[in-house]
Design a protein around this ligand. Sequence first.
Ligand code: ADP
Length: 236
Amino acid sequence: MVPDATADGAVIELDDVRKIYRMGTEDVPALAGVSVRFRRGSFWAIMGPSGSGKSTMLNLLGCLDRPTSGTYRLHGEDVGRLSDDALSELRLRRLGFIFQSFNLIPQLTVRENIELPLYYLGWEAPAAAERARELADRVGLGNRLAHRPTELSGGQQQRVAIARALANDPDILMADEPTGNLDSATGDQIMELLRELNGQGKTIVMVTHEPDIAAHASHRLHMRDGRVEQVEGEGS
Ligand code: ADP
């Protein structure tokens, strides 16, 4: 069992985190010493120009990669010390992921897509089906359970992806340009849904390069050249 958040409510703590990629004989510092703390229940937008380190940051925060040096604590636990299996387990149980291109499985129905993480968690079919129904209702797609992703609009597909990300009841949602493939009105509706989930206690970390989208977050982290250039928001 992983420990809970640290005493001051920080669920994510980065201390002088660096990520160096080796390209031939050259070292590329994708992250060049990042120190930040995200509190439980906050909503962060990570912003910055292309190449500033946003994706590298999200990969680290989502436990898909480890820092080259420095410390990343998630719920007080030093992620850099965990084995690959422990990292997978952490992702499966504690994190939810939302992507720009939705990443739904086209051959599966809405219900089956939402159920997928539950099977990895060992849920029995009837309980998983019931949970998928609840989650589809929660994102406004209770009447689309038997549809396949190609029969849905982009906004509806992102709702299914959000329902899937919620299946394991994660306390943190990681979103990579979640509105990047949507028109602005649909994007705003997706942001409303994310805000609602944030209001229900989910910590959200979202990468975006769109200021209008970032404005929905409670905090904005501006990156440049692998460093934090500016932090905006209350109590950060
Ligand atoms: P952003 O998401 O803000 O566009 P990235 O995190 O993708 O930025 O990249 C930050 C820097 O690290 C860039 O200079 C990029 O070229 C480099 N980089 C990212 N991933 C790799 C990799 N796998 N190998 C080598 N260099 C990488």
